[in-house]
Design a protein around this ligand. Structure first.
Ligand code: ADP
Ligand code: MG
Length: 319
């Protein structure tokens, strides 16, 4: 069994980046990081616990990738540029092979999104858990919050919804033959970093879809003191999801399943042309799904044209 110090040296210190903005990385009591002038820090922490956020006995590369990618999604939702992260890892036991694969998954994600590991903590505990703090930067005043949506703004989402939720459903029912498309959507979320950054000064509010579209849009509505009507038939569904499920079930997942890590944002209609340019450059799908209105509350327009209040059923830890 490896000691705490050996395992940090072997599996995490090599990930310490050679970035000019890291003056002191892994190995000292704390990291020393250089801030560019006229920028603000954007900081977010997320914890994943075995059995709660991912199935027990999941592959370590996948746990690590998802842990970092889902954290990065919060930076994307603020319009921030990722710079540094720390990792607090709790393990029941220190197994070399497990740690090697975990650090590989972490490295792959860190490299893809150009974020450097600058420190952390390693402890023994009864359950596997990862707690990652990501730090990004944004020009002063440019961070996109949940609170700027205004009546008349369009509600837009990136990518497709419900895929990760369907994967989780299959994983929970022990279906051995879950198609790769869905597994990837669950285990390798694509934090929309480029989109988030491009929407600075354009989006009036933004959130990432981690708990479920309707629950997350509701956070924007509450923070902005507005309401919205969403067109159910405009929800973006992947071809794979449409092929796999009856329409009603696919829509249900798109509305309420978590783990998609797409972005939901609001923009004044005058910015539609700017959106077209941004998204074609970034090769990302985007869909207008509704409109912000003065009256608070979230409503859905169904296929028959009828409008009903939408009951939000996002994931909650403490009901
Ligand atoms: P201290 O006792 O001063 O808190 P530690 O022994 O916990 O220091 O950690 C030693 C160094 O290794 C520190 O720089 C810390 O940030 C880093 N570190 C510890 N665990 C991890 C980890 N899981 N990932 C990355 N860096 C880590
Ligand atoms: Mg410590």
């Amino acid at each position: 069994m490896l000691s705490e110090f050996e395992l940090i040296k072997r599996f995490f210190a090599p990930l310490s980046p050679q970035q000019p903005d890291v003056r002191v990385g892994i190995g000292d009591d704390a990291a020393v990081l250089k801030m560019p002038s006229r920028h603000e820090l954007v900081v977010s922490t997320d914890t994943l616990v075995e059995g709660v956020h991912f199935p027990q006995d999941a592959e370590p590369q996948k746990i690590a990738y998802k842990a970092l990618a889902s954290n990065l999604s919060d930076l994307a939702a603020m319009g921030a540029t990722p710079r540094w992260f720390t990792l607090a890892l709790t393990l029941p036991k220190a197994q070399e092979n497990w740690l090697k694969r975990f650090s590989e998954g972490l490295k792959a994600c860190a490299k893809s999104f150009q974020i450097g590991l600058v420190g952390g903590d390693t402890t023994k505990g009864p359950l596997l858990s990862t707690s990652i703090t990501v730090i990004g930067i944004v020009p002063v005043g440019d961070a996109i919050t949940r609170s700027g949506a205004e009546s008349g703004d369009l509600v837009v989402v990136t990518g497709t919804l419900g895929d990760a939720g369907y994967a989780l459903k299959l994983l929970n029912t022990f279906s051995a033959a879950t198609p790769n498309y869905f597994l990837d959507r669950y285990w390798r979320p694509s934090p929309r970093i480029g989109v988030g950054m491009a929407l600075r000064k354009i989006a009036t509010s933004m959130i990432d879809i981690s708990d479920g579209f309707s629950a997350d849009l509701n956070h924007i509505l509450e923070a902005s003191h507005v309401g919205a009507t969403v067109n159910v038939e405009q929800l973006p569904l992947s071809d794979e999801l449409v092929k796999s499920l009856p329409q009603q079930e696919a829509i249900e997942l798109a509305l309420s399943a978590g783990d998609d890590y797409e972005l939901c944002f609001t923009v004044p209609p005058t910015h539609l042309a700017a959106l077209e340019t941004i998204f074609s450059k970034l090769n990302c799908r985007y869909t207008q799904v509704g409109k912000i209105e003065v009256t608070p509350g979230l409503k859905a327009r169904h296929f028959d044209g009828n409008i009903h209040p939408l009951v939000t059923k996002g994931f909650k830890h403490f009901k």
